[in-house]
Design a protein around this ligand. Structure first.
Ligand code: ATP
Length: 618
């Protein structure tokens, strides 16, 4: 590969801080690999003295593999490509060994686990269960506070958070972990920061060891991460950061691209290199992407260009329904090199339908998203409970789980009363026996009994429809979504996918088997790398493919409804981050880029993503 002058200039930069600001596909990773080689081979720097930090495990591995591929003669064993978390974990291990402290990680499912801790704290303080959405928002907010080095009060002054007793939960969570030497991912950073500030011996040891520090994906480095890196690099400041602020997509977790925008203020002797040539994509893709990203205002001005030839224009496909989208994909994939193809989406729920339809059509695929919440979602569990109960209407324990999530106005008192009667009687008969029950109420319960009888005879797809509409479970979801902090559309889409999967299943057992099959498929598919890559756009960062499809491009999903609302209220950050995400997706494509939008989903009329409309006008 013939390196460009810009690339060579950046690679030859050795001492003092440097920031390489580059566009997608400009060869940022390429530059890091060649610079590493230059340091080792030409300047005879010991590989152990070079620390290369990347954002994710996958990109650390990718960088190592690319290095070995390009420079097979160099022994890459000693070269340190690491995520910042792995690096901090090593530092903490060294400190804890020295000080005889035993830290426990609480991110996985063994032993004490952060999810359980937070759920219990919430329950204890608010006397109600936390929803999945709120739990996610709680975890992100805690991470944000720590990564942005804020106090809770500073955070609460700036952000509204819909979690009761947030401050108390935060403080109790933090002190519990501290008292018990527990660590979550964010603590790996904050504890490392404390250690480095406290233990001069360790700090000097690390400073001495890592004479050269390189950072990839600098735009997604948080404030805390950047401070840790700067502290170790000081006073030599041989810090080399490559970044593209237009690809910063982790703002919700505390990514801090503004730290880079201030680079010259932070390092008076710092040098900034620009790399604006894209080597990846066709000229059509590059030209449109350049115009598209310029709408954002919070960015370094850059001009992306390419010398690559024009190929086919970006393909915008408008279909009526999700089924049509799948038909289009299946047909279009026929003549494509599948191992060089990716289907990208905003929300990983989209992968459920895709996996189902690809596996039905024997099209191989793989995905990185190992755990999809879909399979364990409470809505799915509710539906299974409804149907199971219809087959076993004496089972009051089952009925108790969902009786308040449908029509009928059955009270807790009536349930408790029914529990005192013989367990072999039909639950509805037992409720009708409730003392002083009103005649109209009795009529309702009798109708419910008939409804559940009907339900027991339906195939699964019809059964889900019946539960949603006739038993008014859909109305329950709608009424309660806001109260419990859910987005109703997400719940309704979830039911939609469940109906899709259940098509052709006659019995509940068949549906459960199919769900298990898909879950296994999803777990297994990340092992191999055969076939089409299915990924969220977040997961596809840094990757490239000949053919890219971006699917389910609907306004309110992408960009998200929240970002649109914020924008209407004069807050532009979120919508700008959505645009960057869209941009990251588009710039993964080398030759063929297809954007698919549809007119309706789940029977509801939708508008195409405003980004697609904008691109059409471009
Ligand atoms: N000088 C060059 N000549 C030809 N091809 C190049 C050159 N530099 C990089 N490339 C190729 O361009 C593609 C993009 O490079 P690379 O992945 O390093 O870019 P990047 O800036 O890290 O991309 P992104 O930020 O979008 O993930 C790769 O296929 C790489 O091999």
């Amino acid at each position: 590969m013939l390196l460009s002058t810009e690339q060579s200039n950046a690679i030859s930069h050795i001492e003092n801080p440097a920031l390489v600001l580059a566009v997608p596909g400009a060869g940022k990773t390429t530059v890091l690999i060649h610079r590493t080689y230059n340091l080792i081979e030409n300047l005879k720097i010991n590989p152990l003295n070079i620390l290369s930090i990347t954002f994710s495990k996958a990109s650390a591995l990718d960088m190592k593999n690319r290095f070995t591929r390009v420079f097979p003669n160099i022994n890459s064993k000693d070269i340190h490509f690491s995520t910042i978390h792995a690096f901090c974990y090593r530092l903490i291990s060294e400190y804890s060994y020295k000080n005889n402290i035993k830290y426990h990680l609480i991110e996985d499912n063994s032993g004490v686990n952060k999810f359980v801790l937070l759920k219990n704290l919430y329950l204890h303080l608010n006397k109600s269960y936390i929803t999945e959405e709120k739990l996610e928002s709680l975890i992100n907010s805690i991470g944000y506070i720590k990564n942005m080095m804020l106090s809770v009060d500073e955070f609460l002054k700036e952000y509204k958070i819909d979690i009761a007793n947030f401050k108390t939960i935060f403080n109790k969570y933090e002190s519990y972990k501290r008292e018990n030497s527990l660590l979550d991912f964010d603590d790996m950073l904050s504890i490392s920061w404390e250690i480095l500030n406290r233990d001069t011996y360790l700090l000097n040891k690390y400073r001495e060891k890592y004479k050269f520090i390189q950072v990839d994906e600098g735009q997604d480095t948080s404030k805390l991460q950047l401070e840790i890196i700067k502290l170790i690099a000081f006073p030599k400041n041989n810090l080399f950061i490559v970044a593209d602020d237009d690809q910063s997509i982790y703002g919700f977790r505390g990514a801090y691209p503004r730290g880079l925008l201030d680079f010259n203020k932070q390092f008076k002797d710092g040098k900034i290199f620009f790399m604006e040539e894209n080597y990846r994509s066709s000229s059509n893709i590059v030209t449109i992407c350049n115009k598209f990203i310029k709408t954002n205002s919070l960015r370094y001005q850059k001009n992306i260009f390419t010398l690559n030839p024009n190929m086919e224009p970006i393909n915008i496909v408008k279909v009526k329904t999700l089924g049509d989208e799948y038909d289009y994909l299946i047909n279009d994939l026929k003549d494509k090199d599948l191992t060089n193809t990716s289907i990208l989406y905003r929300n990983n729920l989209s992968s459920i339908g895709l996996m189902e339809v690809l596996s039905k059509n024997n099209i191989p695929f793989f995905t990185q998203d190992k755990k999809l919440k879909f399979f364990n979602h409470w809505v799915i569990k509710d539906i299974i409970d409804f149907i199971s109960f219809s087959k076993d209407p004496e089972d009051i324990t089952l009925f108790e789980k969902f009786y308040y999530k449908m029509k009928g106005y059955i009270s807790k008192k009536q349930i408790n009363y029914a529990k005192t009667l013989h367990k072999d009687f039909n639950v509805f008969d037992r409720i009708m026996d409730f003392p002083d029950i009103k005649q109209y109420h009795k009529r309702n319960i009798r109708n419910l009994k008939i409804d559940f009888k009907k339900l027991s005879n339906l195939n699964v797809e019809d059964a889900i429809f019946f539960i949603e509409h006739n038993l008014e479970y859909g109305a329950y979801l709608k009424d309660n979504s806001i109260k419990f902090g859910y987005v109703y559309d997400n719940l309704s889409t979830l039911l939609f996918y469940l109906k899709m999967i259940s098509a052709g299943c006659n019995t509940l057992d068949e549906l459960i088997k199919k769900l298990d099959f898909l879950e296994e498929l999803c777990k297994d598919s990340h092992k191999g790398r055969e076939g089409v890559n299915l990924s969220t756009i977040h997961g596809a960062k840094g990757l490239e493919f000949e053919n890219v499809y971006m699917v389910d491009l609907i306004d309110g999903d992408f960009p998200s409804a929240n970002s649109i609302d914020d924008f209407k209220n004069g807050k532009i950050d979120n919508l700008e981050e959505e645009r960057r995400l869209f941009y990251v997706g588009m710039t993964r494509a080398k030759k063929h880029l297809t954007l698919i939008t549809m007119k309706s989903i789940n029977g509801n009329i939708k508008e195409p993503s405003r980004f697609v409309t904008e691109l059409e006008n471009l």
